[in-house]
Design a protein around this ligand. Structure first.
Ligand code: LLP
Length: 424
């Protein structure tokens, strides 16, 4: 359940009609619901009840400072993948000891920043990274807490671009070589082994791949302990999928995911960390757009919106489905029509949906893309010199612009013309 419902004939975000936000900030815009974000966090927290745990929100899904603050106030930790994300997390009030640092390409500068400002652990993804971290920590006279991210070669059964746990993917260390790498880690100065990390992919709609991977982590944990390592934490990554298509898709519930964790690794006495991103933010956000034209093409009707692929890249990049619904509630028994729903960008790939059946929409009417809270705004660009669109956070009957639309001057002034090109 989310908090985007029709009330009095109009789609609302919690208690705020979307038309009111559109009038205040213009279109297109993203809107997030505090109540939904909170609920999703709590559902995970409940699912892990009974096990010591920390939910490290994967902020790559949505790193707006206000969203991070909502998470921080709930006690969430963060999974960061760059020093930019680390700085956002800290600025939003998340302490260093709740931040885990993932990613295959951490630089020495990033390591140094995180080490000196406080970090829970580095999830190390390669041997060269381990050596570099050891060198940086030793130089600083500090000790870097680490897990090694293992690659279990498990098929996550998701879109190829977001599967990360197969041997052909760039992520982690083959689980078969893990013991060797832990032995090396234990011998290196400035490194303190604290746990094991795994993340096999995103938008998983079945529990079985998780179960397979977690069982392998269990076996490895037992072996590592036998080798003399102190394994006190297991970071089990993120990846639980969400329903994108309203009715005919039912990914597993966080509760059942929690049960899988419980039965595979729950008795090891480890603190459990998970890194959910999409499930927290995805269905907590909408993208709202205006209809510029309804254009009759050859055998098809194009709905031309003022949002485009630069605002929401997921359909173009992953052939992703987002439900698109009118903001004004259609009258009961309205006959659906079929549209190709597109944006104004000059590429055929700027298509959100082809042959989509939905209630009719007229020029000047608003539509909302569902499930746009994760990997929406964060993946936006200014392609075609379209300014980044604003983000709005709703809380009950209040709303606030949490990222303003830049002015054209701001956008243009980021570039500079070198002197030698200056006009005579
Ligand atoms: N932990 C790590 C190490 C990850 O790489 C990711 C996502 C997560 C956690 C969070 O996964 P989630 O719970 O959100 O599934 N842009 C793509 C998704 C990319 C996911 C990348 N890694 C999309 O729009 O579908």
């Amino acid at each position: 359940m989310d908090h985007f419902l029709y009330k009095n004939g109009m789609l609302h975000a919690e208690d705020v009609p979307l038309s009111e936000i559109a009038a205040a900030v213009g279109t297109p815009f993203y809107v997030y619901s505090t109540a939904t974000l909170t609920r999703h966090f709590q559902v995970f927290d409940d699912a892990l009840a009974g096990m010591p745990h920390l939910i490290c929100y994967a902020m790559k899904a949505n790193s707006n400072m206000a969203v991070l603050r909502v998470m921080a106030k709930l006690g969430a930790g963060m999974d960061v993948v760059s020093i930019g994300e680390y700085r956002r997390a800290r600025a939003a009030g998340v302490p260093g000891e709740k931040i885990v640092f993932s990613g295959v390409g951490k630089t020495a500068d990033e390591m140094e920043y995180a080490l000196t400002h406080g970090i829970r652990q580095f999830n190390v993804e390669s041997e060269p990274e381990l050596e570099r971290l050891s060198a940086v920590a030793s130089r600083l006279g500090l000790e870097a807490p680490i897990t090694v991210r293992v690659n279990p070669d498990v098929d996550a059964k998701t879109h190829a671009k977001i599967a990360t746990g197969k041997k052909e993917n760039k992520f982690g260390i083959p689980i078969s070589r893990a013991r060797e790498v832990y032995a090396r880690a234990a011998a290196l100065p400035g490194i303190k082994v604290v746990g094991v990390d795994v993340h096999i992919g995103s938008q998983l709609t079945q529990l079985e791949p998780f179960e397979q991977a977690f069982r392998m982590v269990r076996t490895l944990t037992e072996e590592l302990r036998a080798d003399g390592h102190e394994i006190i934490r297991l970071d089990l990554g993120g990846g639980l999928g969400i329903p994108y298509v309203n009715s005919n898709e039912a990914p597993p519930l966080p509760f059942d995911y929690g049960q899988v964790i419980q039965r595979t690794v729950g008795d090891l006495g480890c603190e459990i960390e998970i890194e959910p991103g999409r499930l927290i933010a995805g269905n907590a956000g909408l993208l709202v757009a205006d209809t510029i034209y309804v254009k009759e093409g050859e055998g098809r009707t194009f709905l031309i919106l003022d949002a485009a692929m630069n605002d929401l890249i997921r359909p173009a990049m992953y052939d992703a489905w987002h439900d698109i619904i009118p903001v004004k509630e259609p009258a009961p028994a309205t006959e659906p029509v079929t549209y190709d729903i597109v944006g104004p960008v000059c590429e055929s790939g700027d298509t959100f949906a082809k042959g989509r059946m939905m209630a009719p929409v007229a020029e000047g009417e608003l539509v909302a893309f569902r499930s746009a809270g994760a990997y929406g705004a964060v993946m936006a660009s200014e392609y075609n010199s379209r300014p980044l669109i604003p983000e709005v956070l709703v809380h009950g009957d209040q709303f606030a612009v949490v990222r303003a639309r830049p002015t054209f001057d701001e956008m243009l002034n980021r570039d500079t013309i070198p002197e030698w090109l200056a006009e005579e």
